[in-house]
Each structure stands twice: as C-alpha cells, then as structure tokens.
Design a protein around this ligand. Structure first.
Ligand code: SAM
Length: 335
C-alpha cells in the first residue's frame, strides 16, 4: 500500500528537539573497492563476508515507506554504491517514489565515469565525490589502490556536467595532503562546484585517528586565508559551517568541522546500514533492525511506526557523548 502519486506528500517528521528530519542516507552495500587508511584495514582482523544487501524489492518497500513518512531527500552511499550493479535502477526507483524529491550519491568515483550518463538519465540530482588528493602517488598511498586515473576521469566528467550538483569531499590529513588545499580551491575557479574540506573523525578500527594527522577547522581556515586572502564568507548548507567564495570564482569552498564543532542542532537525517538497520545518530551504536519488517506481510503502518520511533530517538547532541573513540568504520555505518 503506497501513497497515490496524486496525494500531497506528508509533512516531514519533527523530532523531540524541534528538528525537521527529511533526509536519509542509505548504505546500499558495505563492500568497498578502496582501502583508505583512515577507514578500512587492508585485511579485516576477523574476516567476515560482506553484509547481505537489501535487494531491489526491499529497497523499494523501504524508500516507499520513507516517502510516505515525510522523507524527501535520499543519499545512496556505502561502502561504494557503484559496486551495486543495479544502482541506476535504484536511483530511478527512488526518484519516482512519491514524496521523494531529491536523490544523490556519495562515491569514490572509481566506477563512475562509464555509468554517469545512465545515472543522469535515471534522474540523479547530485554527486558527492570523495577525493583526497590530485596526485596519483598520494592517491595510492592513501587508498592502497593504484587507480587514480579512473577517479580523475570521473572528476573530469563531473566538471563537464554543470546541470548536476557536484561536491568534492576532501578529507584533510595533516602532513599527508594538506598542501593541496590551494589546488582543490582552484577547481572552483571555472566550475560551479563546492569543494568541502573535511575533518578526520574517529571512525576506523586501526586508529590513524591517534597518529597526529587530525587537522581542525581553524587550522584549515588559516591555510585557506593564507592562500586566498580575499576569501569571502557565504551561507552554506546545514553541515557547511564555514562556506566561502573567492571573488570571481564560479564555485564555493566549505569546511566541514565534523569533529571539532558540533552541528547536531541542525541534524536532519537518519541512516540505514547496508543490512537494513535504521540508525538515529552517527555517533550512537544503537539501531532498529528493519529487515524482518520489510517483508510483504508487514503492514506499512508498522514500518512507519519504526521510522517515527527512530526519529524520536535522535539524541539532542550525539557527538558530545562520542568524543572518545568510536571504532566502527564509516563504510559500515554509511558515510
Ligand atoms: N565509498 C563512498 C565514498 O568514498 O564516497 C561512500 C562511503 S565513504 C565511507 C563516505 C565518506 O566517508 C568519504 O568521503 C570518506 O572520506 C569519509 N570517511 C571515511 N572514514 C572517515 C573518517 N575516519 N573520518 C572522516 N571521514 C571519513
């Protein structure tokens, strides 16, 4: 039972602290084709098979009920979403779901360029490309894979698509890639994209986190101002606390102070892990297992109630309780 497309979409849910929750990040797989040093081990300590994924039927059910519950924006992530052979179909299904207005992906870009046209045809609204360096040797050192040429092709293809909302997410690692800040900003000179400099977070089980590579928002800002003294602040999205534009440049740059500065008060999202667990907060271990309820026999009301419960459980401030170490990799939680 789905909402007929001629019915107006329901209003988004509002959580216990007055935040409108209209966005879901869905990890469509837990598998990844890179082994970034800050995210995954080359070989897991206790190797386990990849988590079973939600198939198309369950995804359709899930996204349909999310649309009925007032969710508007879907981001497909992972693991690496392009490892899903049916990603194009997933985008097109999500895009045609009543209530859903925006579908985007977050990808490392390795497999993007050959499928970009199909993704655009399926209605994709935006791409966040995770790219930490523009140098092939560094790319191999950071990601443990010698595949920079493929990501470069993806970047070039994205830069030729002004109709697509493109953001580059660059994770800053002090002493490893921070000297590339100006080169990344340069990408915004002639392209209307956003380059976002991200703080490292404590999500990796072998703890590069503890090796002095963290670079805080204030230090990132200093480097930006040093290279571009006429940097002008502008208003960014909810997570982009410091957004800037350089006079005459087409695009913008932002700093995501994901760790040093708490933006829980503007959080508008839930997450779904690759094996169908609904997560209220990135920094909380607890989750609701949706899998048993995605079977046909379960009425939509039950699923809507679980989603509403997850919104109700959103903590006021997740990060405050999580400044110690959180060992799970982002690729498991759905980064
Ligand atoms: N494979 C896709 C990609 O690379 O964009 C999606 C999943 S990946 C886990 C999503 C994002 O999480 C990437 O931008 C990556 O840089 C970020 N990430 C992973 N581990 C992180 C950490 N310890 N701190 C901050 N960001 C992290």
């Amino acid at each position: 039972m789905t909402t007929p497309s001629d019915c107006p979409a329901p209003e988004p849910l509002v959580d216990s602290y007055g935040r409108t929750v209209d966005t879901v990040r869905i990890a469509v797989t837990s598998a990844c084709n890179l082994r970034c040093t800050y995210c995954l081990r080359e070989v897991e300590r206790t190797p386990s098979p990849p988590l079973p994924e939600l198939d198309m039927k369950r995804m359709k059910r899930l996204i349909g009920v999310l649309g009925q519950t007032g969710f508007r924006k879907i981001r497909l992530t992972g693991g690496e979403p392009l490892l899903r052979r049916d990603l194009v179909e997933l985008v097109s299904m999500a895009k045609s779901t009543p209530g859903i207005t925006q579908v985007k992906i977050t990808t490392n870009g390795l497999l993007l360029e050959p499928r970009l046209r199909e993704l655009l045809d399926s209605g994709l609204d935006g791409v966040n490309l995770s790219l930490d360096t523009l140098e092939a040797g560094r790319f191999s050192a950071i990601s443990r894979r010698d595949e920079f040429h493929k990501v470069r092709r993806a970047l070039d293809a994205l830069l030729e698509r002004p109709e697509l909302r493109v953001k580059i997410n660059m994770l800053l690692l002090r002493g490893i890639n921070h000297d590339e800040i100006p080169a990344f900003v340069e990408l915004t000179r002639t392209h209307a994209i956003t380059v976002r400099f991200m703080e490292l977070q404590p999500f990796d089980d072998h703890q590069i986190w503890r090796t002095g590579r963290f670079m805080g928002a204030d230090m990132i800002r200093e480097h930006l101002y040093r290279a571009f003294p006429d940097l002008a602040p502008v208003t960014g999205t909810d997570t982009e606390h410091y957004s800037f534009r350089i006079p005459g440049f087409q695009g913008s740059v932002a700093i995501i102070p994901a760790y040093s500065r708490n933006f829980c008060n503007r959080c508008s999202r839930l997450r779904v892990t690759a094996n169908g667990r609904l997560v209220s907060c990135l920094y909380r271990q607890e989750s609701i297992d949706l899998l048993p309820f995605l079977e046909e026999a379960t009425p939509d009301e039950k699923l809507r109630a679980l989603i509403t419960e997850a919104v109700r459980r959103k903590p006021k401030d997740g990060l405050k309780n999580a400044h110690d170490h959180v060992a799970q990799s982002m690729s498991q939680i759905g980064g």
